[in-house]
Design a protein around this ligand. Structure first.
Ligand code: NAP
Length: 324
């Protein structure tokens, strides 16, 4: 085609699109950076306490710093992953955490709008109370804890300042971890190692979702939204397998041929004052995203979690100590 022959040299010369990823040192942010890099984007990753070479250090609760960051790098897209995402920590450090989850989101949204960048805000299934699943994108949120309320406020700030922005709600995440404690899913590994009797929740239904699948959705939905402005607002993404914490632990144990006799399924709720309240089953229905046909199929839990935890097996740790 003559037209495409003419366009090719221009396309080859055009600079890569720029994405700024907040929380690039975190569990999801790392996967998002890898995914956009693999897709040919120029990635500006920002972290805070763990920021190291190749990443920028920026305290996003500092409005001036956020403004300077966006004005200097002029991203086409901002993927906002930075947050305090531990519900129990939130209850005890509420002011600082709300400042991060809500006010910093508001600043980012204002600056993204001023610079004409598309903002994708990562949110959570904890915006729902878990009493009437599955939850569609238009169902009314009703968070049970401060974390959920702060994520909902972050969503509202995003869409208030960036009406063409995107909100992606996801459930509990696991993926390539730096330590097993980094994800509520992989932290079950430690429970399996002790062999001591251990009670695990067998009431709350969860849908553990891999960070690389979420990252693929992030890149593809941003690319689609840049082509088609009608793609905006709230979307859900979730793996389909439903499991309690106890079932996840048993599944991990079976994948590694570990004993399960010491795991005790708990079917009574913990006393409410001990932890932040959590939804019983905040299953997300992902219809809006499915209609976009982004071709991201959530990977099966057992094989994926095995890959994540394999570096922490005694054999692998021993090899690393001896040979590196
Ligand atoms: P994470 O691993 O805890 O990472 C949090 C990130 O926020 C880190 O990169 C951290 O940077 C950064 N951060 C903290 N304070 C900051 C500050 N003042 N300024 C700039 N950056 C700051 O979180 P995640 O699990 O990747 O979560 C990503 C997103 O997914 C969050 O919005 C969370 O609400 C949502 N989400 C997570 C889960 C889950 O199971 N993990 C489930 C549903 C939704 P440093 O470490 O360098 O300080």
């Amino acid at each position: 085609m003559p037209g495409s022959e003419l366009r090719a040299p221009q396309e080859a010369m055009s600079p890569p699109r720029r994405v700024l990823v907040t929380g690039a040192t975190g569990l999801l942010g790392r996967a998002v950076c890898r995914e956009f890099e693999g897709g040919g984007w120029a990635v500006i990753g920002t972290g805070f306490r763990r920021a190291k070479p190749r990443l920028l250090r920026c305290d996003i609760t500092d409005e001036d710093a956020v403004r300077a960051l966006l004005q200097e790098y002029r991203p086409d897209v901002v993927v906002h992953c930075a947050a305090e995402r531990r519900p129990d920590v939130m209850e005890h450090h509420s002011e600082a955490a709300v400042h991060l989850n809500v006010h910093a989101t508001s600043t980012l949204a204002k600056e993204a709008a001023a610079g004409g960048a598309l903002l994708l805000y990562i949110s959570s299934d904890y915006v729902f109370d878990g009493r009437n699943p599955p939850y569609g994108e238009d169902d009314s949120p009703s968070p049970l804890n401060l974390y959920g309320r702060s994520k909902l406020e972050g969503e509202r700030e995003t869409l208030r300042h960036c009406p063409g922005g995107l909100v992606l709600r996801v459930p509990v995440l696991y993926g390539q971890v730096q330590s097993v404690g980094e994800s509520a899913v992989t932290s079950l590994w430690e429970t399996l190692q002790t062999g001591e009797d251990r009670g695990l929740d067998h009431l709350m239904k969860r849908h553990p979702t891999h960070t690389e699948d979420v990252a693929a959705v992030c890149r593809k939905i941003c690319e689609r939204a840049r082509e088609d402005p009608s793609v905006r607002g709230v979307f859900h993404f979730s793996a389909k397998e439903q499991m309690t914490k106890y079932e996840m632990a048993v599944c991990i144990a079976e994948a590694f041929n570990l004993p399960t006799g010491h795991l005790i399924p708990l079917t009574e709720q913990p006393p409410p004052q001990q932890f932040a309240l959590r939804p019983m089953n905040s299953q997300l229905s992902c219809c809006r995203l499915e209609q976009l046909n982004l071709s991201v199929e959530p990977r099966p839990f057992r094989a994926a979690v095995q890959t994540c935890l394999w570096p922490f097996t005694p054999d692998k740790l021993w090899r690393q100590t001896v040979f590196h």
